[in-house]
Design a protein around this ligand. Structure first.
Ligand code: COA
Length: 258
């Protein structure tokens, strides 16, 4: 049985993590399914943006499934982290279509790490976020130590990780961890509104923008140089020709996505 529910609303793919009785905790099967679903959506010509959310009103994702790794050795723990990075968290971050996290409740541990791997985060006002791993005697292992410091700053990241504390959506908004906070009943509408706004634009240029913004967080790459290269490449795309001709012709563009 699948741990996901996958729906389409126009060109927007909505992936719902569907283990509400376990607060949508990420077991290995769910991580694999989620990675496969994001890969398939990224490859589909019909999809322009992806929304990830959690089933039920209580949790986005309450973390990695603790019951699966409680007896792991150091080697198994390292392999778990490595495969998670490769097969889901880095994969989401590097997906060349915008991935929006609609954080509908608890986003803890791997749940917050998943939201942080997404490109845009919207939280419902009841959402609670944290990286409580040190309260279990472990550290965040799906990118949390790095992405929380990137999004919220090193000091906030250190505090949140070391206290294993949980913050409310409003506080997360104050230090840039989430882009918007709305009432829970409005969460999916807000996510759809942003996804639809994205869908009007050139998918080729958006992909280039995602690659370029991500490059700035890759220590092995010069983000400014990457921007110069990606900017140049845009000029030979059909989308660029359509976008500029539509502007000059005072009409709305109809991007071919090439
Ligand atoms: N892994 C596995 N199972 C989890 C889970 C996780 N990360 N988070 C919640 N669950 C399960 C619970 O074991 C429980 O299952 P059960 O009904 O079979 O006993 C079910 O989800 C409901 O959770 P429960 O703890 O009863 O809900 P609550 O409202 O009392 O508390 C939380 C909610 C989120 C505060 C609490 O579930 C929690 O602290 N979860 C772990 C968070 C965490 O440490 N995540 C980081 C993991 S690295």
């Amino acid at each position: 049985m699948s741990n996901l529910k996958i729906e389409k609303n126009g060109s927007v793919e909505i992936i719902t993590i569907n283990r509400p009785d376990k607060l949508n905790a990420l077991n290995k099967a769910t991580i694999k399914e989620l990675g496969d679903a994001v890969t398939a959506a990224a490859a589909s010509k019909e999809v322009t943006a992806i929304i990830i959310t959690g089933a039920g009103e209580k949790a986005f994702v309450a973390g990695a499934d603790i019951s699966e790794f409680a007896n792991y050795s150091a080697e198994e723990g390292k392999a778990l982290s490595q495969s998670g990075h490769t097969n889901l968290f880095d994969l989401v971050e590097n997906t060349e279509k915008p991935v929006i996290a609609a954080v509908n409740g608890f986003a803890l541990g791997g749940g917050l790490e998943l939201a942080m791997a997404c490109h845009i985060r919207i939280a419902s006002s009841n959402a609670r976020m944290g990286l409580p791993e040190v309260s279990l005697g472990v550290i965040p292992g799906y990118g949390g130590t790095q992405r929380l410091a990137q999004l919220a700053g090193k000091g906030k990241a250190m505090e949140l990780i070391a206290t294993a504390g949980m913050i409310k959506a409003d506080e997360a908004y104050q230090f840039g961890l989430v882009n918007h906070v709305v009432e829970q009943a409005e969460l999916m509408d807000k996510a759809m509104e942003i996804a639809q706004q994205i869908s009007k634009n050139s998918s080729v240029a958006i992909a280039a923008a995602i690659r370029t913004v991500n490059a700035g967080f890759n220590k092995k790459v010069d983000g400014f140089q990457k921007e110069i290269e990606e900017f140049g490449k845009c000029f030979e795309t059909e989308d660029f020709k359509e976008g500029t001709q539509a502007f000059l012709g005072k009409r709305k563009p109809n991007f071919p996505g090439k």
